[in-house]
Design a protein around this ligand. Sequence first.
Ligand code: FMN
Length: 194
Amino acid sequence: MVQQARREATPGSEVDDIFLQRWSTRAFSPDPLTQSEIDTLFEAARWAPSSNNSQPWRFLYATDGPERELFNSLLRPGNQKWATSAPLLVIVVAAKGNDEGRVFRTNQFDTGAAWMSIAIQAAKMGLFTHAMGGIEIDEIHDKLDLPRDRYDVIAGIAVGRRGDPSGLDEDLQQRESPSGRKSLSEVAEKWAQG
Ligand SMILES: Cc1cc2nc3c(=O)[nH]c(=O)nc-3n(C[C@H](O)[C@H](O)[C@H](O)COP(=O)(O)O)c2cc1C
């Protein structure tokens, strides 16, 4: 029986526990997600805010079969070592604009908000997410039919239940622990004139 990971994050100020519950494991159980669970995750993303309500995010996903083999091949080797065990693999892309020629200047910011909605919804469901910048951008454009002038390829996301960390390589097992953060004063500053 695998213990549910409980992150021992230490907040500097009062914050809702859900933000501390979310962390990026690499130890996924292959236990499949139901379609209803998957839909709930993307439903959370749907309601994210975006500039002009442009909703530039697109989430392409695979769970099994040849589609999943393809998605696995779109990860960099370091991420393939562990993310291929997760039952759900998502490729996150952001539209650069619309068919009327409007440019979505904040498309990546908006799409980041939608990814965080997925991450927090997953945490509420007892699921884990792990974003990955280590993906094959060119291959994703080519193999998933995403024209470079229309889409930014942003990241991958592995999603699932937590599995047994002892199945990971030794170096990755060492990283299955809380990660720190910059201090609040480094990231937020009340602006003072002069
Ligand atoms: C956009 C993005 C890209 C990331 N890329 C990778 C990656 O390629 N491989 C990896 O193992 N972790 C990756 N991570 C996970 C981060 O290292 C992790 O979120 C960070 O260290 C904070 O840890 P926490 O998520 O457990 O709080 C990425 C996270 C984000 C948001």
